[in-house]
Design a protein around this ligand. Structure first.
Ligand code: FES
Length: 166
């Protein structure tokens, strides 16, 4: 079965319908049929600041474990929390297979340590995130914004172990 990724972008969630005027989160009018592609394409436009970035595996095995489109759902949750923009923005990005399917659904958290990200929560790998409910995701997002270590909230077994060569 082909990856869902091939079809998930650029159409994404709620693309602009014919005749509809829709704006993306940077305030730019979007191309019909797309959720965020701007009409006034600028190849040098900077990417939008984020504090934390959650890579959600959306490839075959992890996607199968989800009952809903988790990336879209978490983006909605972040909007409700006011964390979809601004200095504490949390970005959700889909990825292909991490080669860690046995831990599905896999999520990787990184922090924007070049700006205001916190090293405690940088490069954390979470397993079985398809079992998380909204309350758990919200708590994780809150802790990311507050720069509190996720390792103090989540059980050690919720992190994917990594073999370190020494
Ligand atoms: S499909 Fe998600 S890690 Fe392989």
């Amino acid at each position: 079965m082909a990856s869902k990724l091939q079809n998930s972008h650029p159409f994404g969630a709620s693309p602009a319908k014919k005749g509809e005027v829709k704006y993306n989160e940077m305030g730019n009018e979007v191309v019909e049929g797309y959720a965020c592609k701007p009409k006034d394409f600028d190849p040098n436009r900077p990417i939008m600041h984020y504090k934390s970035l959650v890579f959600l595996c959306d490839d075959e095995r992890c996607a199968k474990a989800q009952k809903i489109d988790k990336a879209v759902h978490l983006r909605e949750l972040l909007k409700e929390m006011g964390l979809n923009k601004g200095k504490n923005r949390i970005k959700i990005s889909r990825t292909g297979c991490f080669g860690a399917c046995r831990f599905r659904g896999v999520a990787h958290i990184t922090e924007n340590t070049q700006a205001n990200g916190n090293a405690y929560n940088n490069s954390l790998w979470l397993r079985h995130t398809h079992t998380y409910d909204d309350a758990k995701w919200k708590k994780i997002f809150e802790l990311l914004v507050q720069d509190k270590p996720l390792k103090e909230y989540l059980d050690e077994k919720e992190f994917i172990p990594m073999k370190v060569y020494g």
